[in-house]
Design a protein around this ligand. Structure first.
Ligand code: S3P
Length: 172
């Protein structure tokens, strides 16, 4: 295998924050699929969704997924909340799910000093009723794909990162 760790989980669960803490405590270099897409397209995800639609975005995710599988090793990869749908996900690396109940995730976002922006930049979070439905659809799929699950509820990013590294080590 290529020794990558692939972080999956719902929007706002803290994939980026946990990834940054993992980097501090390990030799991993981290990348983020949303960041890659924004730099490839030279525009924000929100803008891509608005002007091109979701399908266009998913197609870029697909090219990123194929590249990750063929060309990336020993890396911590944070993914957008819908990236898990990529068919080759399991070939990219060990899959780590950051898990938390929907209400806790929303609470976490709202607590953030930059909460407004966090909600605004995620098109699929603009309607919380729809977002809850999406969460309910996705959660069983996330669980099915995960090699490792880290319950992040009421834990700091540091605690989650520590747990993640311990569990990945055991799994590998
Ligand atoms: C999406 C999640 C977002 C981003 C896009 C679509 C999704 O990433 O990829 O807005 O389908 O759940 P985050 O999970 O980092 O918010």
């Amino acid at each position: 295998m290529n020794n990558n760790v692939v972080l999956i989980g719902f929007m706002g669960v803290g994939k980026g924050s946990v990834a940054r803490e993992v980097v501090k405590r390990s030799a991993y270099v981290a990348i983020d699929t949303d960041d890659l897409i924004e730099s490839m397209e030279n525009r924000k995800i929100k803008n891509i969704f608005q002007t091109e639609g979701e399908e266009y975005f998913r197609n870029i995710e697909k090219s990123v997924a194929l590249w990750l599988e063929s060309s990336v090793k020993n890396t911590l990869i944070s993914t957008g909340g819908g990236f898990y749908k990529q068919e080759n996900l399991k070939n990219i690396g060990i899959i780590v799910l950051l898990d938390s109940p929907f209400e806790k995730i929303i609470k976490r976002i709202k607590k953030h000093p930059n909460a407004k922006n966090k909600l605004k930049k995620r098109p699929l979070l603009s309607d919380l009723k729809k977002a809850k439905k999406l969460y309910d659809e996705r959660r069983p799929e996330y669980l099915k794909l995960a090699d490792v699950v880290v319950d992040v509820t009421d834990k700091t990013a540091q605690e989650c990162a520590k747990e993640l590294l311990e569990k990945v080590k055991k799994n590998g």
